[in-house]
Write a protein of this length. Structure first.
Length: 306
């Protein structure tokens, strides 16, 4: 995809923070109270483009690209530790650099849930509202089996070859991640564009390999600690928008969020998949925009299918 085409779809000024000799890209649009949007794998800040366009009218929208993703540098393992704790450290460094330390609306999706809530666990007093989009901040639910495609990518050489050699994860996600209708070609191309070589797909694989499933896995205790911190956020306004046809973050994950946060507004979409901001953009972007702009932040449980 050409820079000109990408600039049309993603019309935001590029900002960079140097982190341990790596260029850490982020979007910083608008002014007002901060809205921090944290993406997952295998996406990048592009995922939040429509939300930035609406919210930057009234808020400061900050959207980083994790190292190895989007417009950030994509170093080898010797130059970056591709683990959850590094991701949280990066987010903390960025927000400290921008002097963002209060009234944060945190928007999280996929791995962004663990990263964003990892930051929130460190600084709970900085968080004002939470927007939850097909994600987790806790271990795999007991009722959920670990998906075979993730197990293959996490544990086998074949998975490594498919993910890094053929861009299988990013490419397939852009197809199966939406259910209502296929992504337009130019949108799909934008999603996969940053992951255009074996070298540049390192983060896609390392995210999968970093999923902690058992106590001896690296970061298992960190995920446990993040989950233990969640009750302190139950009094915050929260909106959950969820695609129920997500093959990973499905009804089992949603049930955990609802159990832990019974006060949350819940909008579940039966016909949508993982990329809820693509599948149901016309519904979800206004829902989230209204929630963020609502000073009273109503906490009425609802459903998009009522």
């Amino acid at each position: 995809m050409s820079d000109q085409n990408l600039a049309t779809l993603f019309p935001f000024k590029r900002h960079f923070l140097e982190r341990n000799s790596q260029q850490y890209h982020y979007v910083n649009e608008g002014s007002g109270e901060p809205v921090v949007m944290v993406h997952g794998n295998p996406s990048w800040s592009f995922y939040y483009r429509n939300l930035v366009k609406t919210l930057s009218v009234s808020h400061q929208c900050i959207v980083p690209d994790h190292i190895g993703c989007g417009l950030s540098d994509k170093p080898d393992d010797e130059d970056y530790d591709y683990t959850l704790v590094s991701r949280i450290d990066d987010l903390e460094a960025l927000l400290d650099h921008l002097a963002i330390d209060k009234n944060i609306t945190l928007v999280v999706h996929d791995w962004g849930g663990m990263i964003g809530m990892g930051y929130a666990a460190r600084y709970p007093d900085r968080i004002k509202k939470l927007v939850i989009l097909n994600t987790a901040a806790f271990h795999l639910p007991k009722s959920k089996s670990f998906p075979l495609p993730l197990a293959m990518g996490r544990n086998t050489m074949l998975g490594t070859i498919l993910v890094r050699g053929f861009n299988a994860f990013s490419s397939i996600a852009s197809i199966i991640g939406v259910k209502r209708s296929p992504m337009k070609k130019e949108i799909r191309r934008a999603y996969v564009a940053p992951f255009n070589s074996w070298k540049n797909r390192i983060s896609t694989l390392r995210f999968i390999q970093d999923i902690p499933l058992k106590p001896h896995d690296k970061n298992y205790q960190l995920v446990s600690d993040i989950e233990k911190c969640l009750p302190q956020f139950t009094k915050l306004p929260m909106i959950i928008c969820w695609g129920l046809k997500d093959f990973v973050f499905d009804k089992h994950f949603l049930a955990v969020w609802q159990d832990k946060f019974p006060q949350a507004q819940v909008h579940a979409f039966e016909d949508c998949g993982h990329y809820i901001l693509e599948d149901a953009s016309e519904e979800v972007v206004p829902l989230v925009t209204n929630f963020v702009n609502d000073q009273e932040a109503k906490t009425i449980i609802g459903s998009a299918n009522d």
